[in-house]
Design a protein around this ligand. Structure first.
Ligand SMILES: Cc1cc2nc3c(=O)[nH]c(=O)nc-3n(C[C@H](O)[C@H](O)[C@H](O)COP(=O)(O)O)c2cc1C
Length: 221
């Protein structure tokens, strides 16, 4: 697959088939993705991948927390608020997704179902967790961002889909316990990996983008 096709066809897949992902494929994806750039080639990433029984136990622990209404507490805290324009875009995203799924704006059960899908890791057969030393700066989070997009594109090249989601790392204490991740690592983001379920209507959703004229400021051309 060429790069532009991979960029255009990547989307956040929120429903996967059960089909397992082979270890060799995961390693192939990660090997290609770790060609990502990083500050001074520091390669700050530590990458954990869970599948099979390990992932299943973690999934059950997440669902128990959801049932007991334990608040998510990712290692990298969520923003408390957004500037208005960004807030509007995220509201538009939720409205667009809800409309496709037939969930009304104030339907709390529908919203709970969407949260539950996150905590079920969207049914993915594997989840990749990107971690880095707790003492590192936002520059290393930038490097993890490059790595994460590279993972998603390499997954496309291997015929797989992905969902990058903070909700996957909502309970770092559980991930740390189930995957034996040392305390000195921050668990920054999770990427669900697998084959998309083409029958799930949610997978028909494609998020919009700002127009080029709104985003790009060309000078001297
Ligand atoms: C850092 C980050 C965190 C995200 N967290 C979530 C999440 O918790 N749940 C979710 O469903 N999507 C999550 N997403 C996916 C975004 O909503 C999605 O990338 C965005 O709406 C653009 O849509 P697309 O990826 O389908 O192009 C996250 C994306 C990023 C980059």
């Amino acid at each position: 697959m060429n790069t532009i096709d991979a960029l255009n066809s990547r989307y956040c897949c929120r429903a996967f088939k059960l089909d397992p992902v082979r270890k060799e494929t995961v390693l192939k994806i990660i090997e290609a993705a770790t060609r990502a750039p990083s500050w001074g080639n520091t390669q700050p990433w530590e990458i954990y991948v869970a599948t099979g029984e390990v992932l299943e136990r973690l999934r059950q622990a997440y669902l128990k927390n959801l049932q007991e209404e334990v608040a998510g507490h990712p290692d990298l805290p969520r923003p408390q608020s957004w500037p208005l324009a960004l807030q509007r875009r995220t509201e538009d995203l939720m409205a667009g997704r809800s409309q496709l799924l037939g969930i009304a704006r104030n339907d709390s059960t529908g919203r709970k179902t969407m949260t539950q899908a996150n905590y079920k890791f969207f049914g993915a057969p594997a989840v990749i967790y990107l971690c880095m030393d707790r003492g590192l700066t936002p520059w290393s989070v930038f490097d993890l961002g490059s790595l994460s997009q590279s993972i998603m594109l390499a997954a496309k090249d291997n015929g797989l889909d992905t969902a990058v989601a903070v909700m996957l790392v909502a309970y770092p204490d559980l991930i740390r316990a189930h995957l034996e991740i040392p305390d000195d690592l921050s668990i920054i983001i999770g990427i669900a990996l697998g084959s998309n379920d083409p029958n799930n209507p949610g997978n028909r959703f494609r998020s919009p983008r700002r127009s080029l004229s709104d985003v790009v400021h060309l000078k001297g051309f």
